[in-house]
Write a protein that binds this ligand. Structure first.
Ligand code: HEC
Length: 101
């Protein structure tokens, strides 16, 4: 399971550098984290349950090294602060359409 997930990253990491649109980055996140359906992998948290501030903080922490994970630390280092903001917003809205932030 974990090996499959890591293969995904290796395949998809180059997309981040070229992505003009964060939607393409989000699609990569969804490959591991799932979207509105159930999580793709039982060991990976589904981001739709988290609030925006939490998501932003976790991604910033992975990026800065405050929180570490074999996979997410590598992923987060490729994201700009703007990407983090947009992705947190995107995943928050998956399950909170129309509610105040
Ligand atoms: C290869 C699979 C994979 C990809 C791709 C991936 N993640 Fe993750 N992500 C994980 C795993 C595994 C964890 C759990 C890490 C841990 O246990 O600390 C995680 C944790 C997280 C967390 C913390 C969740 C929590 O409940 O604390 C956030 C936020 C997150 N990922 C966001 C993203 C975003 C945004 C992207 C796309 C830019 C992304 N991830 C891409 C595997 C992945």
């Amino acid at each position: 399971m974990r090996k499959t997930a890591i293969t995904w990253v290796l395949l998809l990491l180059p997309i981040i550098g070229n992505a003009a649109e964060y939607q393409q980055i989000a699609n990569m996140c969804i490959a591991c984290h799932g979207s509105t359906d159930d999580t793709s992998f039982p060991s990976i948290p589904n981001l739709k349950w988290q609030n925006k501030v939490y998501l932003t903080e976790q991604l910033s922490d992975f990026k800065s090294g405050k929180r570490t994970d074999q996979t997410m630390s590598k992923v987060a280092q490729l994201l700009s602060d703007e990407d983090i903001e947009k992705l947190a917003d995107y995943f928050y809205k998956l399950n909170h359409k129309g509610s105040p932030q």
